[in-house]
Each structure stands twice: as C-alpha cells, then as structure tokens.
Design a protein around this ligand. Structure first.
Ligand SMILES: NC(=O)c1ccc[n+]([C@@H]2O[C@H](COP(=O)([O-])OP(=O)(O)OC[C@H]3O[C@@H](n4cnc5c(N)ncnc54)[C@H](OP(=O)(O)O)[C@@H]3O)[C@@H](O)[C@H]2O)c1
Length: 290
C-alpha cells in the first residue's frame, strides 16, 4: 500500500514517519514540496505520487493567529481539504484526515461522542469543521480522527514550553479550569496505521486515556522532568483562572473526547496520559529542551 502523508514535518507527521509499518510504502510530503495555498501544488503532488491512501496531518494549527488570519486558516483547513477529497474521489484514493476537539464549544460536561453536533466557537475550529464537512460531502468512505492536546518530542508544544519555563522562571501560573486529555502524538500515529490496516471508515475520536486540567498537566510535566533529570529543582506551579490569561481564541472549557468506539474498533487498550507523558519525556535530550 502506497501512502502519501501531508504535514510530514509536524508533530504527528514526524510520529507517522517513525511508526510507519513495513508493509507500507510511504511518501512523506511537506512545504515546499506541497503547499496547501496552491491548488496546483496539491494536484501535482497527488498525481505524481499516485497513492492508494492519503493521510492528511497538515493543518493551520495556530489557534490564536487564526483569529487574525481567517482566510489562511480556511484555505489550509477547509478549501485545500475539499480539493484533496475531490482528487481522492476521482482517483479512488482512501483519505484519512485529522481533526480537532475545537469543533466543539466545550460547553458539555460529559465526554464528546463522534456523533455529537459540532458547535465551534473559534476561527480555527470553524475551519477544521468545514474541512470535515467537505470530506463527508465528497467521499463515501473516509476516516476522520479528532484528537486533542497533542505533544511530541518533535516540534513545539506545551510539554517543551513548560520544561523551558520551569528552568527559567522562579514560579509559573497555569490555567486550572480547562479540562481535556494530554495526548502523545506517537500513540495517535500508531492508531492511524492500525486503523488503515483494519480498513476502518467513519468519524472517530482518539486521545490518550484519562483527564486533566492544564495545571494538572504542568504539575505532572515538572514531576517527570525531575525524574528524567531534565530539571534540577522544583518551582511553585500556581493554578489560575482562564480570565488571568486572556487569549484571542476562546479555548473549550471541557474538551474530553469519548474514544470508546475507536478503541473498540482498533482493539487497542488505552494508555493513561500520565504513562505516555513519562515515555515521551524519556526521549528528550537531557540538555535544555528546545
Ligand atoms: N497540536 C494539537 O494540540 C492538536 C490538537 C487537536 C488536533 N490537532 C490536529 O492534529 C493534526 C496534526 O497536528 P500537529 O500538532 O502535528 O500540527 P503541527 O505540528 O502544527 O504540523 C502541521 C503540519 O502542517 C504543515 N502545513 C502548514 N501549512 C501548510 C501548507 N500551507 N501546506 C502544506 N502543509 C502545511 C506544517 O508544515 P510547516 O511546519 O512547514 O509549516 C506541518 O508539517 C492537525 O490536523 C491538527 O489540526 C492538533
């Protein structure tokens, strides 16, 4: 099976590269080889590669910047996805697409199921939902996986930012009232390959198991940083309200996803986010995390 992966240089794309199974012939693509701002670039990449399957891990992921750049977010997360879906339809290519908890407002207080009605409140969330809808309207068979709170040893993310701040600051303040599930992109990448192998179609959710606030996550990152000798000393981590950190894009207060249907189809045992965090932190070089 020949698989074309978009967004190969991102967190998930990088994890897809190192977890790629031997039976797959992968073609990993990123900017400038493919640029989602150009419809021609997408056509050329797909027609030159002639894959059996595309995994779209590329996205405009700058949630706050998207509020000032709605056209760019819509182009990458929606219009380009529609063009990819159309090419998949015409060339009988199976499309696997990654989406986000931001398609929900976060006003629920029970885990969101894949079939719950999306109600995004941010430019980023609206653009990602429009991308999902373009796929559903264009293709009979596809796989959309919504995920949340991704981190990896590759790329920029909350874990690496916290470890850096914990080395630089006498104390840090972290929001304690937004709830979700920290998710190691490595586990998601493995789930994507398993789903392809099992020919799973539809809309599903994937995160690691368990729930946490950003504050809980930060406290755990400090503990793991000390354990892995990435940090020398503990500093106070103070819980604060979201109102103390106003951001251009409103964050969902509750973005726990119900993963049960996907876990069942994958026949995978969920791993708690705390265990995944320990595994990821062990991969970081013991010098200053970048
Ligand atoms: N990160 C999270 O917490 C999170 C949470 C929920 C869902 N997701 C979803 O999970 C997926 C993977 O996220 P991630 O964290 O791996 O994202 P990421 O690290 O930001 O990577 C995004 C990738 O998209 C590529 N890209 C950006 N603009 C592009 C363009 N114009 N043309 C082609 N490629 C372009 C980037 O290339 P460059 O690096 O060259 O710009 C990068 O390789 C995305 O669909 C995202 O929406 C992420």
């Amino acid at each position: 099976m020949k698989v074309l992966v978009f967004g190969a240089g991102g967190q998930l794309g990088w994890e897809l590269q190192r977890t790629c199974p031997p039976q797959v012939t992968p073609v990993f693509c990123d900017v400038p080889k493919v640029d989602f701002f150009s419809a021609d670039s997408i056509v050329q990449c797909i027609t030159a590669t002639r894959p059996d399957c595309i995994i779209n891990a590329a996205a405009y992921t700058a949630v706050d910047k998207a509020e000032q750049e709605p056209a760019a977010a819509d182009r990458i997360n929606h219009a380009a996805v529609r063009e990819i879906a159309e090419l998949c339809r015409r060339n009988s290519i199976f499309l696997t697409h990654i989406s986000t908890d931001f398609v929900f407002s976060g006003r629920h207080f029970t885990p969101y199921k894949p079939e719950d009605t999306p109600d995004p409140e941010t430019v980023y969330g609206k653009s990602k939902l429009a991308g999902e809808q373009a796929i559903v309207q264009t293709l009979d068979a596809f796989l959309i996986i919504r995920t949340a709170w991704l981190y990896s040893s590759h790329g920029s993310n909350f874990v690496k930012t916290m470890l850096r701040l914990m080395q630089e600051k006498p104390e840090i303040k972290v929001i304690d009232e937004q709830i979700g599930t920290p998710t190691w992109a490595y586990g998601l990448a493995r789930a994507v390959w398993t789903a392809l192998d099992k020919n799973i179609h539809g809309v599903f959710h994937w995160t690691d198991a368990g729930v946490a606030s950003w504050y809980d996550f930060a406290v755990a990152i400090q503990e793991e940083g000390i354990r892995a000798n990435l940090l020398e000393n503990t500093i106070p981590v103070m819980p604060v309200a979201s109102s103390q950190y106003p951001a251009p894009a409103k964050r969902p207060m509750y973005s726990v996803l119900d993963k049960s249907s996907f876990w069942h189809r994958l026949e995978k045992t969920p791993v708690h986010w705390r265990i995944q965090l320990r595994r990821m932190v062990k991969e970081l070089p013991s010098c200053h995390p970048k």
